[in-house]
Design a protein around this ligand. Structure first.
Ligand code: GLA
Length: 759
């Protein structure tokens, strides 16, 4: 693979017409091609399926006909204040007050130095011909996974401060389709990731957030762009789709502009709203990354590209293990003490999970955290609830044989807290106006270094003082109202410096604790992005744990994020059976949040067995490929169905859920499976069967070929009496033996061959 990339590097400058230069940024299947014109303007001339011969990009006609008055419609980074007529990627006011910018190509380089295997970094250096102002466009191509990461760095050497009014991460151009369909994901608390698809029409469609923290509460920074036809949830294997996301945990802005030529301009970056940035000479302003994958075989491929890429390059421990856990939030809320927690830990052990997670409510003394109105920020054990402190709990957990984790919300503060009383200057709040609260709390000013130290120390001392704490759930429940910092000399830097401050803290923590598992939570899924997920091993998708709701919520997240990172907990919420809720939770990282002692004998037995079965399945769920077979978003769909297949295609786990309770709703006909090896024979076995309902006919269904299963299909017989079904696929013994035999034969021939050659 690396060899491929090196070859690409050697060919990367493609000579074109009239002294143009072409810079192809390529992965296995995708090419983004930047043309440098004879006037040294950089434009995106191609984004799509990689051509077999890089030299062909030079044949793409110059400019989009004669109607681009400015020559900037397809700019790779559109400046403003000169001849541009449309939405800019960058807008600046120079130190002398001049509000114009032009950007001309200086040079570029492509190399694999200091990059992980299979990654090529391209940097294109641009400069204003009049002012000493430079912009570098960076593109990282992840070859095998067809993901491209793009960010920009901005710098100048003017005398004085340059004001950055806009500073996009990416500026892409699509000229190949006749229509564009945007699927975006909006929602609110407990309603995360509701997809909505619109056809883009002339003008600009903007997806953005101005919430500061918990930034994705109403809208996720992830989207799907389908070319020429809407996304068809009936068929995940068809269609040309760009799936994009901004790796930034604060205010973002994604703009989709259909230009006068009916082409699409895409601008993605930090939201410039209330965020003019003063840049001093020689300081580098580095934007967050915009990431995209491009698929020519539908949404399924796009998702698998993300999953593989994220596990390999982004999420800590993405290719390793995770801990199953029992959380006490929905079991106790704020109402617990040592005795209750001890018995919950014992329950966790009895259930068979790896870890007990103590949630909110364990801290605060002057203002005890007995509800969400007080105590936030005072990270000392509440002596009434926990008279013997955290160490007592970790020791108890150790004695029971279960690991221990804890909830923190270190970026936030209740006005009723000692932290607020002692450090009012650390709180984000505007002078001369009444405070306004979100969940009775305010946000700490992470643009302040002292506050960064406080937050870092809160988490660090949890680990140093209590070395047996094995897991942290990091919450962030509040948005930023009344944005104002008492210490930041630039109010308009606050939103940006906040997120950078957060990342500084997380970086320091990850340097010291590279492997500790941490859950990213934000009042549910208010902060699920690949900026934060550089530091967190997993995320909490939603406070909505109703099994039926979770099918939809988890489904939407799976377009972008891998199953290993999705914390799915079985709770008592909703009308569904325990089996249904468990089967839904198993499609990601399984956990529990209920009172185990309230389960009856069958429920407990079922849950214990489910965890044992999960131990056998989890490698395929966490590290295998996901194929969604029947979408719950399909019009009139009664079911949702998905399968995970491991890399060798010798093990698969297939989940099907009933999502409609109308009369006779169900699976009713075979579902075509995906991702199997057509040449292999599989044994199908229904698993996770509830005690006493052992009437499944899907017991050791032997020798169905992958070909048959993918072409004809199989009916899991999901209906109102069987609302969820999990079927495990293993190779039939015959095939296993045959495979072994063939492997041995080929090994034998290889040895003979070597002996003959070298003797
Ligand atoms: C948020 C989280 C929940 C729980 C509570 C505790 O709402 O999403 O899981 O931790 O906070 O207050």
């Amino acid at each position: 693979m690396v060899i491929c990339i090196s070859a690409t590097i050697n060919n990367n400058i493609v000579a074109g017409q009239n002294d143009t230069i072409h810079i192809p940024i390529v992965t296995a299947n995708v090419a983004l091609v930047i043309r440098i014109s004879s006037t040294r303007d950089a434009s995106v001339i191609y984004l799509g399926k990689r051509l077999q011969n890089d030299a062909d990009y030079a044949s793409i006609p110059i400019n989009n006909g004669n109607n681009d008055y400015t020559g900037l419609l397809s700019s790779a980074y559109t400046p403003s204040g000169t001849r541009n007529l449309l939405e800019p990627a960058i807008q600046v006011i120079h130190a002398d007050g001049n509000p114009s910018l032009d950007l001309k190509y200086v040079r570029h380089q492509q190399n694999t130095t200091n990059q992980p295997n299979g990654v090529l970094l391209t940097t294109i250096y641009l400069e204003d011909p009049v002012y000493p102002f430079q912009v570098n466009l960076n593109y990282k191509a992840y070859y095998d996974d067809n993901v491209i990461e793009q960010w920009t760095s901005i710098k100048h050497s003017e005398t004085g401060v340059v004001r950055l009014e806009k500073y996009s991460s990416a500026n892409l151009y699509f000229a190949s389709a006749h229509s564009y369909y945007l699927t975006h994901f909006h929602g609110d608390w407990a309603q995360e990731m509701k997809p909505e698809q619109v056809q883009l029409t002339a003008g600009i469609k903007v997806l953005d957030t101005k919430l500061g923290t918990r930034a994705d509460l109403f809208q996720a920074p992830s989207f799907l762009l389908s070319l020429n036809q809407p996304i068809n949830h009936d068929d995940e294997d068809q269609g040309e789709i760009l799936s994009g996301t901004l790796a930034w945990s604060g205010n973002y802005q994604l703009q989709f502009e259909i230009d006068p030529l009916h082409n699409l301009r895409l601008l993605a970056g930090i939201n410039p709203y209330a965020s003019e940035y003063s840049l001093v000479a020689e300081q580098e302003f580095i934007t967050p990354s915009f990431l995209f994958t491009y698929s020519f075989s539908g949404l399924g491929t796009a998702s698998r590209n993300w999953h593989r890429w994220a596990r390999k390059y982004r999420i800590p421990q993405g290719e390793n293990n995770r801990l199953t856990l029992l959380n006490n939030w929905e079991a106790t809320y704020f109402d617990f003490n040592e005795t209750i927690l001890t018995s919950l830990m014992r329950d966790g052990k009895r259930l068979g999970v790896d870890l007990f997670l103590l949630d909110d409510g364990w801290f605060g003394n002057k203002y005890p955290r007995n509800n969400d109105q007080a105590g936030l920020g005072d990270w000392q054990e509440n002596i009434k609830k926990l008279p013997h402190g955290i160490d007592y709990l970790t020791n108890t957990a150790e004695g029971i044989g279960i690991k221990f984790g804890i909830w923190l919300e270190p970026e936030m503060v209740n006005p009723k807290s000692e932290l607020y009383e002692n450090h009012l200057d650390w709180v984000i709040k505007v002078p001369n106006r009444p405070e306004y609260y979100f969940r009775n709390q305010l946000v700490l000013d992470l643009s302040n270094l002292a506050v960064q130290d406080f937050v870092y120390n809160t988490v660090d001392s949890m680990f140093t003082k209590h070395p047996m704490v094995a897991y942290v759930k990091w919450d962030c429940n509040s948005v930023i109202y009344n944005a104002y910092s008492t210490s930041n000399p630039h109010q308009s830097h606050l939103y940006i410096d906040y997120v950078r401050g957060l990342y500084n803290i997380l970086n320091r923590l990850r340097n010291k604790y590279p492997t500790i598992p941490m859950m990213l939570c934000s009042g549910g899924g208010g902060r699920v992005d690949y900026g934060a997920l550089q530091y967190f091993t997993e995320f909490w998708p939603s406070d909505n744990t109703d099994g039926l709701e979770r099918v939809f919520i988890q489904w939407s997240y799976s377009f972008f994020f891998p199953a290993i990172a999705s914390c799915n907990h079985v709770t008592t919420s909703g009308e569904q059976t325990l089996k249904f809720r468990t089967d839904v939770a198993m499609m990601g990282k399984l956990g529990y949040d209920l009172v185990v002692s309230q389960l009856d004998t069958d429920e407990l037995l079922f849950s214990q067995q489910a965890l044992q079965i999960y131990t056998r399945l989890k490698d395929t769920i966490w590290h295998g490929d996901l194929f969604r077979c029947v979408s719950p978003y399909r019009l009139g769909s009664d079911i949702a169905s998905l399968i995970y297949v491991n890399e060798n295609q010798d093990h698969a786990v297939w989940f099907t859920y009933l999502i409609n309770n109308r009369y006779r709703a169900g699976s009713s006909r075979p579902i075509r499976l995906k991702g199997l090896d057509p040449t292999k024979n599989y044994r199908l076995q229904e698993i996770n069967i509830y005690p006493g309902t052992d009437n499944s006919t899907i017991i050791n269904v032997n020798k169905l070929s992958g070909d048959y299963l993918m072409m004809f299909g199989f009916d899991p017989m999901v209906h109102s009496q069987r609302t969820s079904v999990i079927i495990e696929f293993q190779l039939t013994n015959g095939v296993k033996t045959l495979t072994c035999f063939l492997n041995n034969i080929s090994r034998y021939f290889l040895i003979v061959f070597y002996v003959l050659i070298f003797s």
